[in-house]
Design a protein around this ligand. Sequence first.
Ligand SMILES: Cc1ncc(COP(=O)(O)O)c(C=O)c1O
Length: 424
Amino acid sequence: MSDPDVLGLFPSGSRVDGDGMLTVGGCRLDDLAAEFGTPVMVVAEDALRQRARDYLAAFRDRWPRSDVAFASKAFPCTAIQRVATEEGLHLDVAGGGEIVTALSAGADPARMLLHGNAKTDEELELAVAEGVGLVVVDNFDDIDRLERIVEPGRRQACLVRVVPGIEADTHAAVATGHTGSKFGLLPADARVAIDRIRRSRVLRCDGVHTHVGSQLLDADQLAAAVAPVAELGSFDVYDFGGGLGVRYSYTDHPPSVAAYAQTMIERARELVPAGARIIVEPGRSMTAAAACTVYRVTTVKHGAVTHVAVDGGMGDNLEVSLYGQRFEATLPARVGGGDEVTVVGRHCESGDQLIDGVPLADPAVGDLLAVPVTGAYCYTMSNQYNGARRIPVVFAAGGDARLVVRRDTWADLLSRDVPLPQGG
Ligand SMILES: Cc1ncc(COP(=O)(O)O)c(C=O)c1O
C-alpha cells in the first residue's frame, strides 16, 4: 500500500529536516543511530507528555471526578511510569513486577490499581504491604487470599472486575470482554463477590471494573462497557478499563481521545451516579504513537519477493507475529515513496516478518529504516530470541536525547546462567 503520509504516523512534532533526514523529538534519526546503535526505540517525550495531558483534560473537563490510570503493561519501564506519574496519572499495574517498577519510578502506591487474573500470594502480599490503593478482584480466590493477608484493623479497598459480555471487534488474543473470558466474574458471580467483600472485616468494596479489549476503533463498543457495570448498583468507583485503538496504518481511524471521552461520559451520565469517581486505564493509546523503532538494513535480497532484512524483528516487536498487527515504515533518509518490499527480521522463523508489502525508496544495505507507532507492547514483549540483545529506549525532546533503558549486553545474556563446573 502506498501512502504519502507516512510522516503523519510518526510522533507529533516529527519532521524532515533541511537535508532530508527524519527527526523525532528534534533529533535526527541518523544521529540517534550513531550515538545509541540500532535497533533503538525512540520516544518523543513531548508527544508522550502531551498525550497524558490530553487524556486527563478530556475526561476531567467532562467528568471532574475522573482519573486516568496509565496501563503500565503497554510500556512497563520506570522512565515511562515516571512521566505518567509526573503528568498526574494513576498507574494500572498488573502483577508484582509492575508494582516494583512503578515504585522504582517514584509512583505513589495509593495511586496504583493492581490487576491480574492469577494473582499469587506473593503479589498480593506485596500490594498490601506497599499500600496499593485499589486491588481489582478478578475471582473468589483473590478474596480468600486477601482475607488471609490483610491484617485485622486494616481495610484493603477493592474493585470487582466484571465480564461485560461484549464481543469486541479486535484480535481474539486481546479481546477480554466476551462471556467466556478468563478475566473477571460474570455479573451474577460479581454480585456474590461484592456481597462477600462488603461483609469482610478487612476488605472494602469501592466499586466495579470492566475492560472490553484492546485496539478498539469504535467508541460505541468501548462505551458498551458502561451498562454492565452500572447495572450492578451504586458505587463510589466505576472503572471502564482501557482499549482505545491507535492508528498503526492508513486504514486505521481511531476516535480522538476527546471523542472517546465524550462517548464514554455521555453514556456514564445516563447510567452512573453523578458523584461517582470514573477511572479509565489507557495503555496502547497512551504510548504507541509517541515512539518509533529505528533499524539498520543488513541485507536486501531480490527473489520472488524483495526482502529487506533488518537487525531486529520479533525480538523487539512481537505484535506482528502474535496478532498480525500491520505497521508501516520508511527510510529516514528518503521519507515516503518507492516500490513495495517485504521487511523481515533477523530471527529464525518465517513468521519473523515485520511488514508484508511496504513502499521504500531504494533500500540498500546500511540504510536506516524507521517503523512508527511501536510505543505499546513492543518493549513489553521484547525477548532474547536467537540471543538478541533487547533494544535500548531513548527519550528525545527539543533536540536532546537521553538513554532511559540501555541495550542488553552479551554479559546480560549469560547473567542468569549458573556457571558450569570447570572442565569436561
Ligand atoms: C485491565 C486492563 N486495563 C487496561 C488495559 C490496557 O488496554 P489498552 O492498552 O488497550 O488501552 C488492559 C490491557 O489488556 C487491561 O487488561
